[in-house]
Design a protein around this ligand. Structure first.
Ligand code: NAP
Length: 320
């Protein structure tokens, strides 16, 4: 058995994923930095002076299904064991007036954040189950969890998958929203994150007892100054971090958010499966706790239908 544990981190070129990489390396892990822009990822790793022997750069564009398949083929060819997968990458394009679309024709934030990670997780399941107590950790968010204040904010609308009407109709143009309603780019992001949280629970339900793999989501805190907000108005980018630091006090540094991800990946205290971990959204210094998820993330029949439709959209054979 190798002495060094290996983790794949998607979107490790920036923000939470980059600092999770740093923290996991500090814990002795080898990190496969799965990124769409390898030159940027390389610069980011060098800027933090990450030790070159403890990370590998590997190309992955989650918005392109062929790229996800090629990434997995490359990883399997490397012969490495896999101890953990961190589904971290995301796009947030709140100012689009028309939906951007993936090569497959799907609205881009759902294609990248949900479908890309769904395909990646499924293709790595066989490899993960060969390792004792492997973990699949997915970034959720407060704004997609109606159990919390942040999930109730109606700007532009709370996350809501409806009855999956848009997916049922194939999710290609002119359809751009999972619920089949008119395009709202900010809501498309929240919906994709709700899918992330639903699918993590569904993976837990289908695979945990059989394989021992641990499936969890987490909210790392409000990391208000990452590049996630690069497409918001300039004034928002100035005010939002100030507001989170001084008014809500929910602001978390990129370094701390990355360390929280690393804790959930590596620490014994996070060995339970099927949990949404949070440190709250108001004060720092609070211990991690299991945050209840919105009922929308726990409707078993809809979760199973989302699973089936997602399989169809990424070209996987139907599960039994
Ligand atoms: P970020 O700095 O923008 O990082 C996002 C990462 O995803 C970047 O490395 C980006 O690559 C990558 N990415 C985007 N599209 C991709 C694609 N098609 N294929 C592969 N990689 C892609 O944002 P962040 O704030 O760290 O967000 C990381 C995660 O934390 C997200 O899942 C987000 O939902 C979650 N989260 C963030 C906050 C927050 O307050 N920031 C709060 C809750 C949850 P490029 O560098 O090439 O763009």
């Amino acid at each position: 058995m190798p002495l060094v544990s290996t983790v794949i981190v998607t979107g490790a070129s920036s923000g939470v994923g980059l600092y999770a990489t740093k923290s996991l390396i500090a814990r002795g892990w080898h990190v496969v930095m799965a990124c769409r822009d390898l030159a940027k990822a390389s610069r980011a790793a060098e800027s933090l002076e990450l030790p070159a022997e403890q990370y590998t750069l590997s190309h992955l564009d989650l918005g392109v299904q062929a790229s996800v398949r090629a990434f997995v083929a490359d990883f399997l060819a490397s012969g490495r064991e896999l101890n953990a997968l961190v589904n971290n990458a995301a796009v947030y394009k709140p100012r689009l007036t028309e939906p951007a679309r993936s090569i497959e024709g799907y609205e881009m934030s759902v294609a990248t954040n949900h479908l890309g990670h769904f395909l990646l997780s499924r293709l790595l399941m066989d490899t993960l189950q060969q390792t004792k107590s492997a973990r699949v950790i997915t970034l959720g968010t407060v704004t997609a969890n109606a159990e919390e204040f942040g999930g109730k904010v109606p700007i532009p609308a709370p996350a809501d998958l409806g009855e999956l009407e848009g997916l049922e109709k194939g999710f290609r143009a002119p359809i751009a929203m999972i619920d089949g309603k008119p395009f709202k780019p900010g809501k498309a992001y929240k919906d994709s994150k709700l899918c992330n949280m639903i699918i993590s629970r569904e993976l837990h339900r289908r695979f945990h007892d059989r394989t021992g793999i641990v499936f969890n989501t987490l909210y790392p805190g409000c990391v208000a100054d990452t590049a996630l907000f690069r497409d918001t108005p300039a004034a928002f980018q100035r005010i939002f971090p100030w507001f989170q630091k001084n008014i809500t006090k929910g602001y978390v540094t990129q370094e701390l958010s990355g360390d929280r991800v690393a804790q959930v990946v590596a620490d014994d205290a996070f060995a339970q499966s099927g949990v949404h971990w949070s440190w709250g959204n108001r004060q720092n210094g609070r211990a991690a706790f299991a945050q209840p998820l919105t009922a929308k993330a726990q409707q078993v029949t809809r979760a199973a239908r989302l699973w089936t439709l997602s399989e169809q959209m990424v070209g996987l054979p139907p599960s039994e």
